[in-house]
Design a binder for this molecule. Structure first.
Ligand code: FAD
Length: 385
């Protein structure tokens, strides 16, 4: 029996621990986290528009312990890959055979608002609530030059556009998206690009694409919200970050030391997304000779050989699905993806084990709440707003 130690209780650490516990039933899995709850970061986008912050967290302990995973409270300050011992901030040591670090990232300082924490979301919410349409304000979403994954910013611009329209403010409040990418949404394939372009136009969001890196920071709005431009958190004892600021991983998720892996946003792959954490977890399981068939024919409502991403488009949802996510390196071109735009709110964590475990938990439907609130505003019309 190997002792597998997962560090970090974000979406990547949680999904990795669940995946390894299922596919390697002969091994033991322990997860170290400083916080007993799972922050559903993809749902943070709703909080600035009035969705309560408690809807973006789920209890972590019960979910993991029912899967046979041991949860240790603490923050890992150091690992010693030779002796295979991890040290926590309180001095406790944990021996391990296999280590999977999922520490996430920290954003660069900029002069715009950010959307990475609940406090960030509340700050943006206060700023939006204080907007006076008579002053003809601009909500500017900046996808910063070194962004590797623009989807949350593009999604947020659409939510802002839908929110402005639902209030009947579209003639007085401008929503703009600024990006150095050649296109508003250059991920996946041309169908996804076209679907997002059409929706941005439908919502009246102005797009400034192809802005040279370094110039975007000089653009400002009445409210300026920045996405992208972050680097991996690191832990003493792990190899140095690569030139791009992330933990270099090979096709099996390894970081150049036997039995040491990194999963999630901290890894040097271009997909900085929750759905890709599921696939990164699976490739670690495979590297450790895990039995992926134990995941069953479907994971989180998606056939287990497929990968799915859902983007909230404000008043509808884009669903992108592709046959295999194992090549996690190229989100930009030649992805054999099907793209559908469907009515209703997204179900953002489909394809993850976490998705199924949350479905039986407390109400985790901020997307649906947001869509319903906007529909009610539309129905109320100018008199009722
Ligand atoms: C606004 C926004 C919207 C998004 N929307 C979507 C979406 O719709 N769909 C999608 O697929 N993805 C989306 N993403 C991306 C997705 O949220 C991230 O890819 C995902 O949350 C990354 O998870 P992570 O566990 O790697 O990092 P994090 O969520 O940052 O978690 C890392 C965890 O590790 C802990 N940690 C760090 N260091 C240590 C240590 N030394 N010891 C112990 N614990 C430690 C931290 O406390 C934290 O809990 C969005 C991201 C943002 C910011």
């Amino acid at each position: 029996m190997r002792s597998i130690l997962v560090i970090g209780g974000g979406l990547a650490g949680t999904e990795t621990a669940l995946t390894l516990a299922r596919t390697l039933p002969g091994d033991s899995v322990t997860l170290v986290t400083p916080w007993p709850r799972l922050r559903l970061v993809p749902n943070l986008v709703y909080v600035p528009f009035g969705i309560p912050g408690n809807q973006v967290d789920a209890p972590l302990g019960r979910m993991l312990e029912s899967a046979g995973i041991t949860v240790r409270d603490g923050s890992c300050t150091q690992v010693d890959p030779d002796s295979r011992i991890a040290t926590l901030a309180d001095g406790t040591t944990i021996p391990y055979d296999v280590l999977v670090a999922c520490p996430g990232t920290t954003p660069a300082e900029t002069d715009g608002l950010r959307l990475r924490t609940l406090e960030d979301a509340a700050r943006i919410g206060e700023t939006l609530a204080a907007l006076d349409p008579q002053e003809r304000p601009t909500i500017l979403v900046r996808i910063l030059g070194e962004s590797t994954w623009s989807a949350p910013g593009v999604e947020f611009a659409q939510l802002a556009g839908a929110w402005v329209q639902a209030r009947g403010w579209q003639d007085r409040v401008t929503v703009s998206l600024a990006t150095s990418d050649r296109h508003a949404f250059p991920l996946f394939n041309i169908d996804a690009e076209d679907a997002v372009d059409a929706q941005l136009a439908h919502l009246g969001v102005e797009v400034a694409a192809g802005i040279p890196a370094g110039r975007i920071e000089s653009l400002t709005g009445t409210v300026t919200i920045d996405f992208g431009w972050f680097t991996a958190r690191t832990i003493d004892g792990l190899p140095r970050l690569d030139a791009t600021g992330f933990h270099g991983v090979d096709a099996g998720g390894r970081i150049g030391i036997p039995d040491h892996y990194v999963v999630g946003d901290a890894a040097s792959i271009l997909f900085k997304s929750a759905f890709s954490a599921g696939w990164q977890a699976r490739r670690v399981a495979r590297s450790l000779d895990g039995d992926l068939s134990l995941l069953g024919p479907e994971v989180g409502g998606v056939p287990s050989e497929q990968c799915e991403y859902q983007m909230d488009m404000g008043d509808r949802t884009m669903v992108v699905r592709w046959p295999s996510a194992e090549t996690l390196a190229t989100p930009y071109d030649s992805m054999r993806a099907t793209v559908d735009v469907v009515e209703g709110a997204p179900d953002k964590l489909r394809g993850l084990i976490v998705h199924d475990l949350l479905a039986s938990g407390p109400d985790m439907a901020p997307a649906a709440t947001f869509h319903t609130a906007l529909e009610q505003l539309h129905q109320a019309g100018p008199a009722g707003r």
